[in-house]
Unconditional design. Structure first.
Length: 432
C-alpha cells in the first residue's frame, strides 16, 4: 500500500483535501520507521489540527496506528470489555471498576496511563503498592489477562508505538487539543486489546480536559464512530467534573478510597459512577440484570478479592487490600478552614488538581518524580453547609513550600455563598 509522497500529502491536507488509507498508512509507517522527519510529521499534525478529519480518515488513521506495533491476543472464553476515562481530579474509578467487573465474569484488559498536569494517572496510583509492576510485554499482558480476567498496565514499547511518537510531537507543537488526534490516540490503544465492547467515561467541567458539554459531545461522537468503524461496540457516559470525584486527591490516598468502594464504604458520588460504568460494561458483555449483578458482587466482597488477586499477579503486596495503612503516608498535615458560614457553592476543580501537583502528587513533565504519599482530603463538597472555622480540606505533605502554594490554591478554588447551589446530575447523559 503506497500513498502520496509525504510533502504532497501534507499540502493536500493543508488545503482541505481528504487523505486516503494509503496516505495515512504511509504517514504512520514513516513516522515509526523514522523515514519521515519530525518537521514533516509536525506539519501534518498541524494540517489535521486546522482541517479536521472525516470519519473515513479517522478510521484509517486509527487502524494504521494499531498496525504500527503488536496486537494483544488474550485467550479467554469470557467477553472482553474495557473502560476509558478522559481524566479528571480524584478519578480513581478504574482501580475499583476493573476488578469489580472482572469478578462478575468479564475479562477487563485495561491499558492505562500516567498523570500529567492537574489530572492524576491510574498507573501512578496503582504503583503506590510496593513491588507492583505495570510494565509488561504483550505476552505477559496476555497471560495475566487470560489467567486472572483483569490487568491494569501501561502501554509497552511494542503496543501502538506510533501513538507515543505522535503524542510527543503534539505536545511540542500545541496540537494536543485536536479532537481527531485525541480520539485516534485513545481508541488505538483500546482497540488493540481485541475488545468486544468499550465504555467511555467522558468528563465534563472545570477539572476536565473538555470543559464545555458541546466539546465533550463532539469527542464522544468521534470516538464512538471510530469504534463502530472497527467493529467494536462503544458507548459513553458524560459525567460531571465540576468538583473532584470522591473525597481523596493524590495517589496512595485515592487507591485507599477505591478499596473502600469495594468494601461498600466508598463516598456516594464515586460509588455511583463505578456502579453506572460497571452496569454499562456488563450490558455490553451481554449480561442480563447487570445492576443486580454489580450490586451482589459489591456486597459479597468479590470485587475486593479480585483486586487482591490482580495485585498479586502484577507482583504487588495484596495485603494492602486489608491493610491500606501499608500504603505510603505523608509526614505532615495542614487543615484549610472555612472563612465564612454558608454553603459551598462551587469548587474550581482544576485548582484542586494544581494544589495536589504543588504537593508533589503530580508531574509537569513525564520525567518528573512524584510523591505517592501526599494529597488532599476534601471534608466539604459542593452543596455542603459549612460554619466559619470548619475544615474544608486537609493537606498531607512532605515539603512545606509546596503546602503553602497548595493552601492558596484551595482557598482560591472554594466559593462559599449564602444559598445552596442547584443540584447537578453526576451522570449528565449517555450516548451509544
Amino acid at each position: 500500500m503506497s500513498g502520496r509522497p509525504i510533502r504532497e500529502a501534507i499540502r493536500h491536507k493543508r488545503d482541505g483535501g481528504e487523505l486516503d488509507e494509503a496516505d495515512l498508512q504511509g504517514f504512520v509507517s514513516g513516522v515509526v520507521a523514522g523515514s519521515i522527519p519530525d518537521y514533516q510529521a509536525a506539519a501534518m499534525l498541524m494540517a489535521i489540527y486546522f482541517q479536521g478529519m472525516s470519519d473515513s480518515e479517522l478510521a484509517a488513521l486509527t487502524g494504521a496506528m494499531i498496525r504500527s506495533g503488536d496486537r494483544l491476543n488474550i485467550s479467554s472464553d469470557q467477553p472482553k470489555v474495557d473502560k476509558h476515562s478522559t481524566g479528571g481530579v480524584g478519578d480513581k474509578v478504574s482501580l475499583c471498576l476493573a476488578p469489580l467487573v472482572a469478578s462478575c465474569g468479564v475479562t477487563v484488559p485495561m491499558m492505562s496511563g500516567r498523570g500529567l498536569g492537574h489530572t492524576g494517572g491510574t498507573l501512578d496510583k496503582l504503583e503506590s503498592i510496593r513491588g507492583l509492576r505495570t510494565a509488561f510485554s504483550p505476552k505477559e499482558f496476555n497471560r495475566i489477562a487470560s489467567r486472572h480476567g483483569v490487568i491494569i498496565a501501561g502501554q509497552s514499547d511494542r503496543i501502538v508505538p506510533a501513538d507515543r511518537i505522535l503524542y510527543a510531537l503534539r505536545d511540542s507543537t500545541a496540537t494536543v487539543s485536536s479532537i481527531p488526534l485525541i480520539s485516534s490516540s485513545i481508541m488505538s490503544k483500546k482497540l488493540v486489546e481485541g475488545l468486544d465492547g468499550l465504555v467511555l467515561d467522558i468528563k465534563v467541567g472545570s477539572g476536565a480536559f473538555m470543559r464545555e458539554i458541546e466539546d465533550a459531545r463532539r469527542l464522544t461522537e468521534t470516538m464512538i464512530g471510530i469504534g463502530r468503524a472497527h467493529g467494536v461496540a462503544t458507548r459513553a457516559l458524560l459525567t460531571d467534573m465540576n468538583q473532584p470525584l470522591g473525597r481523596e486527591v493524590g495517589n496512595a490516598n485515592e487507591l485507599a478510597e477505591a478499596i473502600s468502594v469495594l468494601r461498600g464504604q466508598g463516598p456516594p458520588d464515586l460509588t455511583e459512577i463505578v456502579r453506572a460504568l460497571g452496569i454499562a460494561m456488563l450490558e455490553m458483555a451481554g449480561y442480563e440484570d447487570s445492576a443486580g449483578l454489580i450490586d451482589r458482587h459489591l456486597a459479597s466482597g468479590d470485587g475486593l478479592k479480585k483486586l487482591a488477586e490482580m495485585i498479586k499477579a502484577q507482583g504487588g503486596d495484596p495485603r494492602v487490600v486489608e491493610e491500606p495503612g501499608r500504603l505510603p503516608q505523608a509526614a505532615h498535615t495542614r487543615r484549610i478552614r472555612a472563612w465564612d458560614t454558608g454553603y459551598v457553592t462551587s469548587i474550581n476543580t482544576r485548582d484542586i488538581g494544581l494544589a495536589a501537583l504543588s504537593l508533589g502528587a503530580g508531574r509537569l513533565t513525564m520525567k518528573d518524580q512524584i510523591d505517592r504519599g501526599v494529597g488532599l482530603t476534601l471534608s466539604a463538597k459542593v452543596g455542603d453547609r459549612v460554619t466559619e472555622g470548619d475544615v474544608l480540606v486537609s493537606l498531607r505533605f512532605n515539603q512545606p513550600p509546596g503546602a503553602d502554594r497548595a493552601a492558596d490554591l484551595v482557598r482560591q478554588a472554594y466559593t462559599i455563598g449564602a444559598l445552596p447551589p442547584d443540584p447537578r446530575p453526576l451522570i449528565i447523559e449517555e450516548c451509544n
